[in-house]
Design a protein around this ligand. Structure first.
Ligand SMILES: C[S@@+](CC[C@H](N)C(=O)[O-])C[C@H]1O[C@@H](n2cnc3c(N)ncnc32)[C@H](O)[C@@H]1O
Length: 260
C-alpha cells in the first residue's frame, strides 16, 4: 500500500504504545490485537519508496520482541487481497492469526463472537471518517478490558462539514450520529468547525461507552502542514490512558494548529 511519510509516524506511535503496555499484557493469560482495517501489512512511502511494516505487523513484532506477544491477532479488511497478504505476512512472522474479509461494521461482530476473555486492543485505521461507524466503537466497548486507538480523519471532516450540514444525509453521520441536530454550527467560527464536531464525537463516546478519551491526541499533518488526522485513544483503565499519553508522539507544534 502506497502511503505518505505521515503514515510512518502513526506506526511509530502505535509501536511505542504496544511496547509500553507489555508488562500489563504479560499479566493476562490471553491478549488480542484487533485490526478491522488491516491493509496488506506492508506499506511503501510514495516519495522515498522505502518499504516498511504496516501497523499490525509492526505491533506484532514489537509485542514479540518485548516478551509479551499477543496470543491472537484478528484482522479484517474490505479488500480480500489485503486480508490474504496481511494474514500471510503475520503468520510468516510467527503470529496466530484469524482473518476475515468484510467491512468493519460486519467483521466487528465476527471478532466479538470469536473473542475469548482477556485483555484486548483494537486499532481502527480507516481511510476516511465515513467508515468509522460509531456502532463499531460501541460494540467493541462492550468488552470490559479493551482499549481502542482510532485514526480520526480531521481532513475529511474539514472538507465535508460545511457542505454536509444541511444535506438530508451526510458522510459524517455514521461516525457521530445526531451531530447536525446537536451542533449549532451557524454560531461556530469556520476555523472551529472541526473542533466542534470532534468535541461532539468525544461526548458521544464518553457518554455511550463510558470510556475515557486520552488527553494526548497527536495531529498528523501533510508536507504542506495541512491537517490529516488525529490518533485518539479510548480506555477505561487509567494505566492504559497514562501509557498512551506517555507513548504518543511527543507534543509538537503540529498539535497547536488552531481549531483542531
Ligand atoms: C488506512 S488503510 C489501513 C492501513 C493499515 N492499518 C496500516 O497501518 O498499514 C485503510 C484500509 O481500510 C480498508 N477499507 C476501506 N473501507 C473499509 C471498510 N468499510 N471496512 C474495512 N476495511 C475497509 C482499505 O482496503 C484499506 O486497506
Amino acid at each position: 500500500m502506497k502511503v505518505g511519510a505521515w503514515s510512518e509516524n502513526k506506526h511509530v506511535a502505535l509501536s511505542r504504545y504496544i511496547d509500553s503496555a507489555r508488562m500489563a499484557r504479560a499479566k493476562w493469560p490471553y491478549a488480542s490485537f484487533i485490526d478491522l482495517f488491516s491493509g496488506p501489512g506492508r506499506v511503501m512511502n510514495r516519495d522515498s519508496k522505502t518499504i516498511s511494516d504496516g501497523g499490525v505487523l509492526a505491533a506484532w513484532r514489537i509485542s514479540e520482541k518485548g516478551g509479551a506477544p499477543f496470543n491472537e491477532i484478528y484482522i479484517g479488511d474490505a479488500d480480500a487481497g489485503s486480508v490474504e497478504a496481511c494474514a500471510t505476512r503475520l503468520r510468516s512472522a510467527g503470529a496466530n492469526v484469524r482473518a476475515c474479509v468484510g467491512t468493519a461494521s460486519v467483521t466487528v461482530d465476527w471478532v466479538l463472537d470469536a473473542l475469548p476473555k482477556g485483555l484486548h486492543f483494537a486499532f481502527l485505521d480507516p481511510f476516511n471518517i465515513e467508515h468509522l461507524d460509531f456502532e463499531i466503537i460501541r460494540k467493541l466497548s462492550a468488552r470490559p478490558n479493551i482499549d481502542i486507538l482510532i485514526h480520526f480523519s480531521v481532513m475529511d471532516v474539514q472538507r465535508n462539514i460545511d457542505g454536509d450540514f444541511n444535506l438530508a444525509s451526510s458522510r459524517l453521520d455514521a461516525a457521530a450520529p445526531g451531530w447536525r441536530n446537536n451542533l449549532r454550527l451557524d454560531a461556530v467560527p469556520k476555523h472551529e468547525l472541526v473542533g466542534a464536531y470532534l468535541k461532539y464525537w468525544e461526548t458521544l463516546v464518553t457518554d455511550l461507552t463510558k470510556m475515557q478519551v486520552a488527553q494526548s491526541k497527536p495531529l498528523f499533518v501533510n508536507m504542506n502542514k495541512g491537517p490529516l488526522y488525529r490518533l485518539i485513544h479510548l480506555a477505561r483503565h487509567p494505566l492504559a490512558t497514562k501509557l498512551w499519553n506517555d507513548a504518543a508522539i511527543p507534543t509538537s507544534r503540529q498539535q497547536s494548529l488552531p481549531g483542531f
